[in-house]
Design a protein around this ligand. Structure first.
Ligand code: UDP
Length: 308
């Protein structure tokens, strides 16, 4: 998502400095920006104080974001949501910059309200396996609001719902990369639980468009940006099979602990405030992403034959 955001900002004529420790990101995603003089990359963990210049705008997107990644890097996830958020907020404060936090639908946990509006406080297990991410992001939201209240930093908070598209790691464990990879290799698609849990999938260009619009608005309170069209995971698997033309079968594996049963953003606020709504529905988005996943599956097969 960060590299897509860089593309959008550069496309609007801005200069961009991107900082990433590459824990889950890849330099390949910004290779096309190598010769752009308005773009600079610094390999840096934002948990350590930043010293990479003064800015008009600071976007804080740093964090593992897939359940598999944050399970593996639980402490790093807690650190980047807490210490990292403080450091990035300090950078914004010192620059007099506007600050935008990438938050998440995970703040709503396994929601008891459906669809989820921004006013819902959520239903999060504070000590479960997902808490390293959920609570880190909830803390990051609290820190953002505190810097606004106590230090007068001009802030925005976007709650991002399941987003997919090119440049995702095919092995990051999220449902669309998993299903695409499995379908393209002719392996069984692993549906966790009975597949009746739901998600609402937003194509990356729609997501970035919503975030850029929010950055330009004056809205300080959280705004959901996601596609409200809701699918069961079983429906998602069938869509992937259809688009890839794969003969793979569907198999069932245990549902991970605290896996939210349903998720759908209420985007009334984004619609009215930002004049934004998603344009690319799941079938079209999967088609747009197909070539990328095909290339990635082929690349991984060449790099690690037999074990990728
Ligand atoms: N899921 C699945 N098979 C997979 C990967 C994920 O059935 O190979 C399910 C997962 O249990 C969850 C949903 O798909 O219900 C979305 O999972 P993902 O990891 O993409 O994101 P989440 O919304 O849980 O953060």
């Amino acid at each position: 998502m960060g590299s897509h955001l860089c593309d959008a900002l550069l496309g609007e004529g801005h200069s961009v400095v991107a900082a990433d420790n590459l824990l889950t990101g890849r330099l390949d995603n910004i290779a096309h920006l190598k010769n752009d003089r308005r773009f600079e990359f610094v390999q840096q963990d934002v948990c350590f104080p930043l010293d990479c210049g003064r800015f008009d705008f600071v976007f804080h997107f740093a964090s593992p974001a897939s359940p598999v990644d944050y399970a593996e890097h639980g402490i790093e996830t807690l650190r980047v949501g807490s210490l990292g958020t403080f450091n990035v907020l300090e950078t914004a404060k010192q620059s007099g910059a506007v600050f935008l936090l990438a938050s998440t639908s995970e703040c709503y946990g396994d929601p008891l309200e459906h669809p989820q509006r921004e006013t819902y406080w959520g239903h999060v297990n504070p000590i479960g396996p997902r808490s390293v991410y959920d609570e880190a992001k909830r803390f990051a939201e609290a820190a953002t609001m505190a810097y606004r209240r106590y230090h007068k930093v001009d802030t925005r908070i976007v709650r991002i719902f399941n987003t997919y598209g090119s440049r995702m790691q095919v092995n990051d464990g999220r449902v669309i990369p998993n299903f695409m990879r499995q379908a393209l290799r002719g392996e069984d698609l692993t549906v966790y639980g009975d597949g009746t849990q739901t998600r609402s999938f937003c194509y990356v260009s729609d997501e970035v468009d919503g975030i850029v619009r929010l950055s330009r608005s004056q809205e300080a309170l959280p705004v959901n940006i996601g596609n409200p069209n809701e699918f069961t995971i079983l429906e998602c698997a069938r869509q992937v099979l259809e688009i890839t033309g794969s003969k793979s079968k569907i198999c069932y594996e245990p549902l991970p602990k605290d896996d939210p049963k349903q998720r759908q953003p209420d985007i009334t606020k984004a619609r009215t405030l930002l004049g934004w709504e998603p344009k690319i529905e799941l079938v079209a988005g999967l088609q747009l992403s197909l070539e990328y996943f095909q290339q990635e599956v082929a690349r991984l097969a060449a790099v690690t034959p037999g074990r990728d």
